[in-house]
Design a protein around this ligand. Structure first.
Ligand code: BJW
Ligand code: ZN
Length: 246
């Protein structure tokens, strides 16, 4: 599929301005990972967005752990796609003019090479004890659900009603308020506060571009829409700006 045609404004701002990229589950769809609210959006009969809640964990921790164990396994078996890699190229080319704020917890951006990254919703590769608070990186897929202190462990992700990791939203909001260009890729833009970042940027004068094959809650409030998969559109953008050529 074509990567869509970006405006001159987007290309110019990419070449010379500050850029914030905001990503969601759709960016990993072409790596074979399920989105939250897609047509194939059920996991063993459960709505994933309902499983990703403190209430579900309190009621039925085994099912919630099974859901995250399955996602850890799927993510471990997946590879970054050209969309992830294009964002890593942008970071290499733009340096401190670039920041990636992701809602994704799968680690694929990091595996593609992104380092200037804010993880708004945590990581499935981190685990935290709900009793003693011990938090650590756990890459072993058979992570134990019990801490030595006797407490129950949980995935190090952000569920509905929980605050985002300290500083994560502030860093992203600061980048939004200073951005010349915002690229919003692969998100339905219904989950706040992440979904509010493009509006912060736009009010401060940024040009906002949505990359998503489907219209979303944000579509009518962006300057430009690229109706294409991010795995095609983001590399096309890098190429159009003649970045990452060497
Ligand atoms: C493609 C594609 C391809 C497909 N290429 N695209 C203001 C108004 C109303 C409500 C609120 C508000 N502020 C806060 C709230 C409450 C709540 C909220 O937003 N609710 C709304 C649903 C109404 N927010 C919260 O509770 C947040 N916390 C908070 O506000 O705390 C306040 C607080 C402060 C102090 C003390 C205590 C509290 C936390 C939100 C946490 C969200 N967590 C989850 C789970 C994370 C862990 C996990 O992954 O399991 O995050 S829910 C889920 O949704 C996940 C995602 O990151 C997030 C967003 O989903 P995303 O990424 O957009 O995926 P989809 O599936 O929705 O969309 C995929 C898109 O991709 C689609 O558009 C496709 O078309 C597209 N696509 N293929 C490009 N190839
Ligand atoms: Zn503990």
């Amino acid at each position: 599929m074509s990567g869509g045609s970006f405006s001159d404004t987007a290309i110019e701002r990419l070449r010379g301005g500050r850029v914030l990229a905001l990503t969601g589950a759709g960016v990993s769809a072409e790596s074979g990972l399920a989105t939250f609210r897609g047509p194939d959006g059920l996991w063993e009969g459960h709505d994933p967005a309902t499983l990703a809640t403190p209430e579900a964990f309190a009621r039925d921790p085994k099912t919630v752990w099974k859901f995250y164990a399955a996602r850890r396994e799927a993510a471990a078996g997946a590879s970054p796609n050209p969309g992830h890699r294009a964002l890593a190229v942008l970071e290499t080319e733009l340096g401190d003019r670039f920041l990636l704020a992701t809602q994704n917890v799968d680690g694929l951006h990091e595996r593609a090479g992104s380092r200037r990254i804010v993880r708004l919703h945590g990581s499935i590769w981190r685990i935290r004890c709900t009793r003693c608070g011990d938090e650590y990186e756990e890459l072993d897929l058979r992570a134990s659900a019990r801490c030595p202190c006797g407490g129950r462990r949980r995935p190090g992700v952000v569920w509905f009603g929980e605050p985002l990791p300290a500083d994560a939203f502030d860093r992203a909001a600061e980048a939004a308020s200073r951005a010349d260009l915002v690229l919003v890729a692969g998100t339905s833009s219904i989950v706040y506060p992440a979904a509010g970042l493009p509006e912060i940027a736009r009010r401060a004068g940024a040009w906002t571009v949505e990359i998503n094959p489907q219209p979303t809650a944000l579509s009518e409030r962006v300057d430009e829409r690229i109706a294409a998969p991010s795995g095609a559109a983001l590399p096309a953008l890098v190429e159009a700006a003649a970045l990452g050529a060497s």
